[in-house]
Design a protein around this ligand. Structure first.
Ligand code: GTP
Ligand code: MG
Length: 355
């Protein structure tokens, strides 16, 4: 009761017996009672957890669809290209269902399913492009034939290379009169992207999102590249994925678009996503349809999280809600510890004496 009274007076908001305190508050209070509290070693726990997850039973591995990230300079036609790919692949009966609301889509082709992630080309979205590159197998570098290599083209190349992702170049807008395919090829040689007909190894596909020219060819090249990569995942294990985007929806609460990378996510699964946790209340696929399960390389919107997670955060299915919650708490503590250690290393004793 004393502690609750103290907390109320100090303006900590509504508190009761079940209120959880952060470490800092707990430490302050303990000090008032001449006690010292210590933070449990949590970093190791998280690392242990992630390590466990990485051990795969190879017998359960099956081929999964490639995840393809569309990158490039602003206005070079990334979204248009994705729209063209989708509309070319949508059967008549499905036509009404392509009101896409998430930046990730799956497309069926003759040679299998492909998952696409759209990224914005505006310079403000560096981290999104970086995440895009990191969560994908193949990057489609879109370069407008009338504009050529631009700052975010170069940035996208660097992100893709840093992430060790295969790059396929799509020279877009070839329908335009001012299009100059050869110039784009020439400019890209500076970045070690050399077309096969010039003795290099990079696949170049001239395309037009408007006339749809070259789209089928591009899809074939993606499938061929994916085949070589021999992409596999185990659909039987607990799901693990990455948050592509997340927002607070007025009616639905926190909504996160998650790309499932391993395992299968089910409605009802307990999940931990960074500092957020919860139980998957509903899942909506890229066609706006409610689904019960989502396997490897599938993007889905999930409802039921305690808060809006950050994009790029890892999403893990857990055995139960309690475990999900404690994992989220460990993440919070881990983040705080990391921050503390970073500030500490910035201000070493040497620095103090130097001044
Ligand atoms: P950000 O997401 O803002 O980076 O742009 P984006 O790369 O997604 O480009 P978007 O698809 O929005 O297209 C930009 C403009 O280029 C639009 O006005 C499109 O109509 C036009 N455009 C895209 N593809 C083509 C094409 O193949 N030919 C022609 N002529 N115009 C195109
Ligand atoms: Mg776009």
């Amino acid at each position: 009761n004393d502690i609750i009274k103290k907390l109320l007076i100090s303006g900590g908001g509504l508190v009761n017996l079940n209120t959880e305190l952060d470490f800092e508050r707990a430490e302050e209070i303990a000090l008032e009672y001449d006690r010292i509290v210590e933070l449990e070693e949590t970093v190791d726990v998280i690392e242990e957890l992630l390590k466990d997850e990485d051990e795969e039973d190879t017998k359960d591995l099956v081929t999964r669809p490639p995840v393809v990230c569309v990158m490039g300079h602003v206005d070079h036609g990334k979204t248009s290209l994705l729209d063209a790919i989708r509309s070319a692949r949508v059967t008549a009966g499905e036509a009404g269902g392509i009101t896409q609301h998430i930046g990730a889509y799956t497309v069926q082709t003759e040679s299998g399913t492909i998952t696409f992630l759209d990224t914005p080309g505006h310079e403000a979205f560096t981290s999104m492009r970086m995440r895009g590159a990191q969560s994908t197998d193949i990057a489609i570098l879109v370069v407008a034939a009338d504009d050529g290599v631009m700052p975010q083209t170069i940035e996208a190349i660097n992100h893709a290379k840093a992430a060790g992702v295969e790059i396929i170049v799509a020279i877009n807008k070839i329908d335009k009169e001012s299009a100059n395919i050869e110039r784009v090829k020439q400019e890209l040689t500076e970045y070690e992207l050399i077309p096969e007909d010039w003795g290099g190894t990079t696949i170049f596909c001239p395309v037009s999102a408007h006339s749809k020219e070259g789209i089928d060819d591009l899809l074939d090249m993606i499938s061929l590249t994916a085949e070589v990569l021999e992409l596999k995942a185990n659909p039987k294990r607990k799901a693990r994925g990455i948050v592509i985007e997340a927002e607070l929806d007025k009616g639905r609460g926190p909504v996160a678009t998650v790309l499932v990378q391993k395992g299968t996510l089910h409605v009802g699964d307990a999940i931990a996503v960074g500092s957020a946790h919860g139980k998957v209340r509903a899942m909506i696929d890229d066609k706006g349809k409610r689904v019960k399960t989502a396997g490897p390389s599938t993007p889905v919107e999930i409802l039921g999280l305690s808060e809006v997670p950050f994009a790029g955060e890892v999403c893990m299915a857990m055995d139960n809600e309690k475990e999900a919650r404690s994992t989220a708490e460990k993440f919070i503590a881990y983040g705080r510890e990391k921050m503390l250690s970073e500030t500490k290393s910035q201000l070493s004793l040497d620095d103090l004496f130097d001044q």
